[in-house]
Design a protein around this ligand. Structure first.
Ligand code: UGA
Length: 428
């Protein structure tokens, strides 16, 4: 590995930046992570991670101990002598759905004239097509190659995904710079696709849009199964044996969400309309996701209505957008709960990691038992393993009612039926 370790600056310590920096240090590179948020940097240096991400704290700590991973708020200082500068900056949706590139523009302007000749600027932020070109213009130097290197990290398994990628995509006008970036991922046993920047930027959007569309399809299939009496879980199992479809990412749920799919699908839709090639399938995937969230909420309200009580209590399990993360951004669980607020119901919710979120009209409690106690209806909204392990006796001693809406298809409905419970899921 000698000679293959490089000096790298990673700008932005969100979940992508921090994971990227720590993992690059794990691969042997000398990495400085930089962020404008001094409090965040101090906290990371002291071993407190800004987000929950499995294995991240450990890998950050080992990087610090090895001396290969350092943190700073000094952007210009961090890029002195750097051979590669990674941009891992937020690109939130603006009011028209387009990705807001303010943070990227600002950093690129600050870096102008401050990068060493030959330095490669690697953009990992999810950005619209042609952003590499825009960054290059802002940097204003022919000596600096700008390379697009989208990330495919899933929250909750970002460290694993970084260290065992299924592919590395590099978009570069200069093939040499592209090869150099691909070579940073030491030991990765996966295809490395070196292509042009516009194609690399498109791959990221298309991948997320395709995955979101897949879940919208699965959830619509669940609604069809519901109407005709089929079991969506069996149906998806049957589909999954076909390698052209694949057995993963076929779980029905309350709808898709998170910090990426909603933002990226909206950005792709906006970009596609802007070039007069509307991606109507993605528009429909977004629309049907909203309808599916409505249906999930309606199912819970219907179960609450059937209790005959004037103000039934609903015990809600799960607030994060998926399990193994503390992230509630655009969480379908919260979207469902917001649709329940204002109806004549009492809402009590528990989540293992979302311990700060608050919604007017909902009380957050500290345990599953507290959420289920005296509940007339229970609803599972996030697929936490601890919810999948629940047995009928965990509910029966606490709940008043006998109805559980299982929006994540976790419970074995037969054993619950034998214990006198009705487990309801769309299409099962
Ligand atoms: C997603 C992509 O999967 C990553 O490849 C990508 O790098 C990342 O966005 C990003 O752009 O940074 P993530 O947002 O962490 O990752 O979440 P996913 O695991 O993809 O789940 C997204 C949503 O779909 C969640 O609400 C999840 O519950 C839902 N989902 C997923 C289902 O309802 N069913 C499934 O079978 C899978």
């Amino acid at each position: 590995m000698a000679g293959s370790q490089h000096r790298i600056s990673v700008v932005g310590t969100g979940y992508v930046g921090l994971t990227t920096g720590a993992c690059l240090a794990r691969l042997g590179h000398r990495v400085t992570c930089v962020d404008i948020d001094a409090e965040k940097i101090a906290s990371i240096e002291a071993g407190r991670m800004p987000i929950y991400e499995e294995g991240l704290a450990e890998i950050v700590q080992s990087g610090q101990l090895s001396g290969r991973l350092t943190f700073t708020t000094d952007l210009i200082g961090s890029v002195k002598g750097a051979e590669f500068v990674f941009l891992c900056l937020p690109t939130p949706a603006d009011e028209d759905g387009f990705a807001d590139l303010t943070a990227i523009r600002k950093v690129a302007q600050e870096l102008r004239g401050n990068l060493d000749p030959g330095c490669v600027l690697v953009n990992k932020s999810t950005v619209p097509v042609n952003s590499a070109r825009m960054i290059s213009e802002l940097l204003g130097s022919d000596d600096i190659a700008v390379v697009s290197n989208p990330e495919f990290l899933r929250e909750g398994s970002a460290v694993q995904d970084f260290l065992n990628p299924d592919r590395i995509v590099v978009g570069a006008d200069s093939p040499i710079a592209g090869e150099k970036v691909g070579a940073l991922y030491l030991g990765a046993r996966c295809p490395v696709l070196v292509t042009d920047p516009v194609s690399a930027e498109s791959i990221k959007y298309m991948a997320n849009a395709f995955l979101a569309m897949k879940i919208s399809f699965v959830n619509q299939a669940a609604e069809f199964c519901d109407a005709v009496g089929a079991n969506v879980i069996e149906v998806m199992k049957g589909l999954g044996f076909d390698p052209r479809i694949g057995a993963t990412f076929l779980s029905p749920g309350p709808g898709w969400g998170g910090s990426c799919f909603p933002k990226d699908t909206r950005a792709l839709v906006a970009s596609a309309r802007a070039v007069d090639r509307p991606m109507t399938m993605i528009e429909e995937a977004i629309r049907s996701n909203e309808i599916h969230i409505d249906r999930t909420a309606a199912l819970i309200l219907d179960a609450a209505g059937k209790t005959g009580k004037s103000h039934p209590k609903i015990g809600l399990l799960g607030l994060t957008f998926k399990s193994n993360t503390d992230d509630t951004r655009e969480s379908p669980a919260l979207a469902v709960i917001r649709r329940l607020v204002g109806h004549s119901v009492e809402l009590v919710a528990f989540d293992p990691l979302a311990t700060t979120v608050s919604i007017d009209g909902m009380t957050r409690v500290r345990s599953i038992d507290d959420a289920l106690r005296e509940a007339d209806v229970a609803a599972i909204l996030t697929e936490w393993p601890v919810f999948a392990e629940l047995k009928p006796h965990d509910f029966s001693g606490l709940m008043h009612g006998k109805t559980i809406v299982d929006a994540r298809y976790l419970l074995d409905s037969e054993s619950f039926a034998n214990a006198g419970f009705r487990v309801i899921s769309i299409g099962r």
